[in-house]
Design a protein around this ligand. Structure first.
Ligand code: GLY
Length: 571
């Protein structure tokens, strides 16, 4: 005889499982749909209103999307030191009005004196914080080289014209927002610890205060005069290297002078009637996005409906498999032989989902990277721009952690990254985003660390349709994915697509992270009944997406993520 309480439990579980496959109640979509800013000709969406406005103004005075990119990124270095800086790096994907596409890698790289085990103790264990905090965590910055590479190839205004409004912003100051104040408060003690003294950012700011950065204004003036060499060979570089070495770092003038941004072929693939152009290695973004979307494509997820059980299952299982491949196969393509063609082939990807069933979760411990024969073996910010000529730019840039290594260079006016943590410091040991890596992403002098940044441009029926991207470390790829699917499969506006609740799975740890208080408890119970592990971490940011959608009448809709101070500005 089965006890009564067990019968009740069995019936409840059966109902939950049934509800998962057939009748889970869908939360109402926002009604009426929320539209973002609509502009007729051009738009910038970024993490700060000041930066979006400066970028849009550059286009108003005749500049193109590439000029606006340089201005926007430098304006973020002034007003958004959390992730914008001269001391980090990034990736940019572009599509010109002619349909020509391309990608720029201005990712940081390991210094010449870096070595494979530099973050391990004598027993071979990772030394806490060594790859994330302070001068040893810094990779050779790529931002200034990247912006000059863009200007040389596509710029239409002079660097002087482009940077002048940014210098004005740095001299006049920007207003501290409530969210920004909270971040300064959270990092104040660490700023003082790492810098062995107080720094301008460690003051107790209030919401509404104005912060000026006259030192950064002076640095930008020197860069206008002396070009890229000012940063990599000149006075600014020397100040930077001195500061780093005084604090125990290993970056030299030789490291700076050898730094080059690299033009790369983007990853391009189709998803139904969309053609997607995204970042190639050393970012994992494009490869993982392509793998996930190709694994999802055979399933009618619009019928399964937005954020419902079967949709979440299919997306989670595709993500689990793609992130397993990421951990093993991906790294800097100049150092690692990446089997991209196989990883993106139809035969390989359809085989990857062979063992998936809707009945129960796949166990991550049962998933490894797929077998490819013959193969030997994280704070960030994003902006999207479309100009009046029809050129589109999608750029994601980073210091890695919030304020990077926390080491600030008062003589230059910028923080420096802690990008070295994006390497696999030891095979199988997770980095600050919980990502596991292997030999493909081990540390070597001059190697670029693997990234998750996924600046992406989407075409529909051969025409520009969307520019999109986000910060969020390992959650970048899955946030970009869900935003594209929200518009394509679930018919959302750009703004609703950006605002919609998100979830994330990255193979290990074997857990679906849901944004807190956004998913129905009955739905979460249904997934648990199928063996999915889940968490709703209160502090977890699942992306802060900024996108622009070209509407059928040719106007532009901005999607500026409500999770931050992000703002669309257009005309
Ligand atoms: N630093 C975060 C990333 O590049 O993925």
């Amino acid at each position: 005889m089965i006890p009564r309480h067990k019968i009740i439990l069995m019936v409840s579980i059966t109902l939950l499982v049934v509800s998962c496959t057939t009748t889970t109640k869908e939360k109402p979509k926002s009604y009426p749909p929320v539209r973002g800013l609509i502009a007729q000709k051009a738009m910038v969406v970024s993490a700060r209103k000041e930066a979006s406005k400066i970028g849009a103004d550059i286009m108003k005075k005749g500049g193109n999307a590439f000029d606006a990119m340089i201005a926007t990124e430098m304006a973020l270095a002034v007003s958004y030191p959390f992730a914008g800086s001269l001391g980090g790096g990034g990736f940019m994907v572009y599509r010109k009005h002619t349909g020509e596409t391309g990608a720029l890698d201005y990712r940081e790289k390991a210094p010449l004196a870096a070595s494979k085990n530099m973050y391990l103790d004598e027993k071979g264990n990772p030394i806490p914080d060594k790859s994330t905090i302070g001068a040893l965590a810094i990779g050779v910055p790529g931002t200034v080289a990247g912006l000059f590479a863009v200007h040389n190839k596509f710029g239409s205004l002079s660097i002087d014209e482009i940077l002048s409004p940014v210098i004005h912003l740095a001299e006049k100051g920007f207003i501290v927002t409530e969210k920004q104040k909270a971040r300064f408060d959270a990092y104040r003690d660490l700023f003082v610890d790492v810098n062995r003294d107080t720094i301008v950012w460690a003051k107790a700011y209030k919401t509404g205060d104005t912060i000026k950065n006259k030192t950064l204004a002076k640095t930008l003036k020197r860069i206008i005069l002396n070009g890229k060499d000012e940063f990599y060979k000149g006075e600014t570089g020397k100040k930077l290297v001195k500061r780093i070495q005084d604090h125990g770092g290993i970056i030299t003038m030789e490291d700076l002078s050898k730094y080059e941004a690299k033009w790369r072929a983007p990853i391009q693939f189709t998803y139904r009637d969309l053609s997607i152009i995204s970042m190639s290695p050393p970012s994992s973004g494009g490869v993982c996005l392509a793998q996930i979307m190709k694994m999802i494509e055979p399933y009618p997820i619009s019928k399964y409906r937005h954020n419902q059980c079967k949709t979440i299952q299919v997306i989670t299982e595709a993500e689990r498999r793609a992130y397993a491949d990421r951990s093993f196969y991906l790294g800097d393509p100049d150092f690692t032989n990446i089997p991209i063609d196989t990883l993106l082939s139809k035969a390989y990807l359809s085989g990857r989902m062979d063992d998936f069933t809707f009945d129960e979760a796949t166990d991550s411990s049962a998933i490894n990277c797929g077998l490819i024969t013959g193969y030997e073996s994280d704070e960030t910010t994003h902006y999207s721009i479309i100009d009046p000529f029809g050129n589109a730019v999608s750029a994601t840039v980073t210091l890695n952690g919030a304020y990077g290594s926390k080491l600030y260079v008062p003589e230059v006016g910028t923080f420096l990254n802690n990008e070295m943590d994006d390497f696999s410091t030891k095979p199988g040991i997770p980095n600050m985003f919980g990502l596991i890596g292997a030999a493909a992403n081990s540390i070597a002098p001059e190697k670029r660390m693997l990234s998750s940044m996924t600046p992406t441009i989407v075409e529909k029926s051969g025409k520009l349709w969307m520019s999109v991207g986000t910060p969020g470390g390992s959650t970048i790829i899955t946030s970009v994915l869900q935003t594209i699917l929200n518009v394509k499969e679930f018919g959302m506006t750009m703004q609703d697509a950006v605002n919609a609740p998100r979830f994330h799975h990255q193979w290990l740890p074997d857990v679906i992270v849901f944004e807190p208080n956004s998913f129905d408890h009955q739905l979460l119970d249904s997934l648990r009944a199928k063996g999915y592990h889940s968490s709703e971490e209160q502090s977890r940011i699942l992306g802060k997406v900024d996108g622009i959608l070209v509407l059928p009448d040719g106007t532009l809709e901005g999607g500026a993520d409500k999770r931050g101070d992000d703002t669309a500005v257009g005309f």
